[in-house]
Design a protein around this ligand. Structure first.
Ligand SMILES: [Zn+2]
Length: 460
């Protein structure tokens, strides 16, 4: 049997940014993606195009026709990339009716304090990783737990899941709950040990590649002294390949508090900037209330902003100034935020990003950006891979990348199936997926050619 598999399905992807290239969306109505050993491991994309053409070039490949008996309603997309999602918040999803700081105190931090228990941490890690894979997310920048023991449990489960996970221990030393506080010395030592155990580790699926990476993660400057930020900077500088992530400019009350805590800083971003935490592999979540200086500086440091529109809506944080980010040259990706947001669905997150731009009041300082289905696909896939500096590995179906993919196949009789069946073209299919699609439509998910999730076929 050939070690090359030729997947047959309609596919859509954005190998470039539609914010820069109007023709970025690429589609194949009867597509073929040839997967086998190559530069990205045993599940490398070796060829793509019309099925008949790819098959003619690789007649020995084993054909997997994903379409099933009905060839019209399945679509293969690149695996989703979620660039801001909190592992310890799965069980507090749905805490509506609060702003950020009250939501933290009443809804979220009591749950996060339970993660000193390894069994609790392990159980939630399984729930969290299943939530990602079951929604078609193949790569995630994960905001971790404050407890090192929980991060060992999490990374262990992440390795078993086969997903690409960038994550780290969250550190804080003030203004949360005492059991969530650490010290700069302990933050450094525990981070160093976790990096030694998990950063760059392969998965258990046999893939000889580093699917686990470490992210240095102060919770936010409100809860992190300069000493904690300096400890984070030391870990970041000493760890080749480590990423940095935190929160920025989410809520007006939060911003005022940070301003009072850091009187010497020019603005919120500067609390991270002066500590030496900003670079190409830095991802800052939210940035709803950004100043021009902050945007210019983020662009100069090549940082990314993780836009979390469901969270911004649920917590009433505000309208994300997408156009201002783009105009300043700041890279933008998407995140579900999970507890602050409304779940793991990146299709829903894309739809909410669209809604927010539709609803944004016109005029300075706001200016809505007309977001198309191609923009939403890019923001949900390649933009996230670019934010994490993993775009040589995943984010689209370019030859030489790993086969990270989600096959969406809505159940027969659902509105999504009906719309796709009658859709006039790929843009319309994509719009329907973002409008109507969810976990129930995810049929199978792969990372590096390894199947990491399969929905059982219904009896019929
Ligand atoms: Zn967050």
């Amino acid at each position: 049997m050939s070690d090359r598999i030729l997947y047959r399905a309609p596919y859509l992807h954005t190998p470039t940014s539609p914010f820069l290239h109007p023709e970025a969306l690429k589609t194949e109505h009867d597509g073929g993606i040839l997967v086998g050993p190559g530069v990205a491991g045993k599940g490398t994309i070796l060829a793509t195009g019309a099925f008949t053409a790819v098959q003619a070039s690789a007649p020995d490949a084993t054909v997997h026709d994903l379409r099933g008996p009905d060839t019209r309603v399945g679509v293969l997309l690149p695996g989703f990339v979620d660039t801001h999602v909190h592992y310890p918040q799965v069980r507090v999803l749905g805490g509506l009716g609060m702003g950020l700081l009250e939501w933290l105190d009443r809804n979220t931090l009591p749950e996060e304090a339970k993660f000193s228990s390894a069994p609790h941490a392990r159980a939630v890690a399984k729930e969290f990783l299943s939530g990602l894979a079951g929604h078609g997310t193949t790569t995630a920048l994960v905001f971790g737990s404050h407890f090192a023991v929980a991060m060992d449990e999490f990374f262990g489960e992440a390795r078993a899941s086969g997903l690409r996970i960038v994550a780290g221990q969250v550190v804080s030393d003030r203004m949360l709950r005492p059991e969530l506080h650490t010290t700069p010395e302990r933050a450094y030592q525990e981070g160093k040990a976790l990096i030694g155990r998990w950063h760059g580790q392969p998965t258990e699926t046999g893939a000889a590649e580093d699917r686990l990476l470490y992210a240095v993660t102060p919770r936010f400057s409100l809860s992190a002294s300069e000493g904690i930020l300096d400890a984070c900077a030391a870990l970041l500088q000493e760890t080749p390949g480590a990423r940095f992530t935190s929160h920025l400019n989410e809520n007006l009350q939060e911003i005022e508090t940070v301003r009072a805590l850091f009187p010497q800083a020019r603005d919120y971003l500067d609390t991270y900037e002066r500590a030496g935490l900003l670079g190409r592999r830095s991802v800052l979540a939210h940035n709803v209330h950004a100043t021009d200086r902050e945007l210019d500086s983020m662009a100069a440091h090549h940082c990314s902003a993780a836009h979390c529109p469901c969270s911004n809506s649920a917590l009433g944080s505000g309208f994300f100034p997408l156009r201002r980010h783009l105009a300043a040259g700041v890279h933008v990706s998407l995140g579900t935020d999970v507890g602050g947001g409304t779940g793991f669905g990146m299709l829903k997150e894309g739809l909410q990003a669209y809604f927010m731009q539709q609803l944004m009041p016109a005029g300075s300082p706001f200016s809505p950006y007309p977001v198309s289905p191609a923009h939403l696909l890019y923001l949900s896939t390649l933009a996230g891979a670019e934010a994490l500096d993993l775009h040589d590995r995943c984010g689209d179906f370019s030859v030489g990348k790993a086969f990270d993919a989600t096959y969406l196949n809505p159940p027969v009789g659902t509105p999504l199936e009906t719309v796709i069946r009658h859709a006039e073209g790929p843009e319309r299919v994509l719009a329907a997926l973002f409008t109507l699609g969810g976990a129930a439509d995810v049929r199978q998910v792969w990372v590096g050619g390894d199947s990491v999730y399969t929905r059982p076929r219904p009896e019929s």
